[in-house]
Design a protein around this ligand. Structure first.
Ligand code: FAD
Length: 449
């Protein structure tokens, strides 16, 4: 029996409780009244979707919560996920002028959530009227935030928008990837419903390139948006990767986000390889599932890790141990059996090269072992090269789809792209912004504007 099965249900609920609980009406109103309505709105500039933050906050302060939701959704169709999961400290709240005065910034994320939660609670009363049908049809590959935002915006402009999603449930990583203590699976599905409410058709269980071919898609639609995100982690290319107990971070996280907590295999001693936000999520989620000891192994130093400071702090608070300047060398366990130990090498950083990056080099004879019954690989996600190769003339650069930064049109004029597949893996808000921008790029292309 794995350790998770020993944890009672209510312990899981407690461990995965929301980090930032909802405001009630009084809290929201009083926080909204703190906003200074700055004339140059640095918060709005810092948001990739440029939500008119001062206006939506003002509407909350005056009790016009439905109007507030409308202001938010005009800029961002994925507003609930962004309210709950955006790294607000480095975006809108990080830009709030209160920071300059050494005071607490406005809690913009929680206010946004307040307005959008109320909107969903009221059953999504219609806020927008789609334009009459314009006779053009767009196929969207992927129902993640980029695809959903693109489809919603197109539907509003009168396009016939159909999303093709390989998985049985739409939402992309908002549904399958974001930590349950930030938002729930159900929150993401509310946004899917919102987009469907605008007339967007979503065909799930359809993998383009397998279930439906690329030429077939081209015959059906006037233009195509590619919002396929990224794939799983690449191989570590070290011995022992095939042992039982070695997992890809996304496969592990996907089971946690769907809240099938008691069925998730979690070891007593877990080692996560990598130090980005996904690695931190995997480590904190393993800890919250009941793992006794969780360590992160990263070949470079604390300064070089890509995880946000607040994610790092959360992992440390959860008791995750960090081994910086440490590279995995081999995973050990009996042939055909389960992982028992991770052998690592200590590393040192050399002088910075022309690109400013300090190369990590192994320190001879520095090997040591970390006992582990579970190893999670979280060293970044691979591009879906084999799928992208099926699209004629679409160029890639270092695994990213190359696009025109204004229109998000690819090197094949009928194709547009956005989200993780063009930026190599950023945030939901970037994908939401890209989807919307690409919809307008498609509109200009199809009507030669
Ligand atoms: C573990 C993890 C945690 C994260 N946490 C946060 C967070 O807290 N906050 C935050 O802002 N961001 C977070 N992110 C980043 C964020 O989830 C992504 O930036 C965002 O989801 C990218 O959106 P997307 O639409 O480009 O791709 P995705 O969300 O990956 O969606 C792509 C969709 O396309 C589908 N698809 C792929 N290929 C095909 C095909 N051939 N045919 C049909 N469908 C296809 C996929 O099944 C998927 O549903 C996290 C990412 C990870 C991995």
């Amino acid at each position: 029996m794995n350790l998770a099965e020993k944890l009672p249900r209510d312990r899981y609920e407690e461990n995965f409780a929301e980090l930032h609980p909802a405001f009630d009406r009084n809290q929201a109103t009083s926080e909204a009244h703190r906003c200074l309505y700055c004339f140059d709105s640095p918060c709005m500039k810092a948001c990739p979707t440029h939500i008119d933050i001062s206006t939506f906050i003002k509407k909350i302060a005056t009790g016009n919560v439905k109007g507030s939701a409308k202001t938010i959704l005009e800029s961002n169709w994925i507003a609930l996920t962004c309210a709950k999961a955006c790294p607000v400290d480095v975006l809108c709240e990080g830009a709030c002028v209160y920071n300059d005065r050494g005071e607490k910034p406005i809690e913009i994320g929680r206010l946004q959530r307040y307005a959008i939660d109320r909107y969903f609670e009221q059953g999504m009363p219609p806020l927008f009227t789609p334009a009459p049908k314009n006779g053009k049809s767009v196929g969207i590959i992927g129902a993640g935030p980029a695809g959903l935002a693109c489809a919603a915006e197109l539907a509003l402009m009168g396009y016939d928008a159909t999303i093709y999603e390989g998985k049985e449930i739409a939402g992309g990583l908002d549904t399958w990837g974001i930590a349950p203590y930030k938002m729930s699976f159900e929150d993401s599905l509310k946004e899917v419903k919102l987009v469907q409410g605008l007339g967007v058709k979503i065909k799930t269980g359809v993998w383009i390139g397998k279930t439906v071919s690329v030429p077939e898609l081209e015959r059906t639609h006037d233009a195509i948006f590619v919002g396929i995100g990224l794939g799983i982690s690449p191989d570590l290319k070290i011995p022992g990767e095939d042992l039982a107990g070695v997992f890809d971070a996304l496969e592990f996280i996907e089971r946690v986000t769907t809240r099938r907590w008691s069925s998730v295999d979690v070891g007593k001693r877990v080692v996560v390889i990598g130090a980005g936000n996904t690695a931190i999520d995997a480590a904190t989620e393993a800890k919250r599932l009941g793992a006794e000891h969780v360590a992160i192994v990263y070949r470079r130093g604390e300064q070089e890790m890509s995880a946000y400071g607040f994610e790092f702090d959360l992992a440390k608070k959860d008791g995750v141990v960090f081994h910086f300047l440490t590279a995995p060398k081999r995973i050990l366990g009996p042939a055909g059996g389960s992982v028992e130990t991770l052998e690592c090498t200590k590393m040192k950083l050399g002088p910075a090269g022309a690109n400013g990056r300090r190369p990590a080099e192994p320190i001879p004879q520095s090997e040591f072992r970390i006992p582990a019954d579970m190893v999670i690989k979280a060293i970044g996600q691979k591009t879906s090269d084999s799928f992208l190769a099926q699209i004629p003339s679409v160029k890639l650069n270092e695994g990213r789809v190359v696009v025109n930064p204004e229109s998000l049109q690819t090197s094949n004029p009928r194709y547009f792209a956005g989200g993780d597949c063009i930026n190599g893996g950023k945030e939901v808000v970037n994908a939401a912004a890209d989807g919307k921008r690409a919809a307008h790029g498609i509109d200009r292309y199809l009507f030669s504007k």
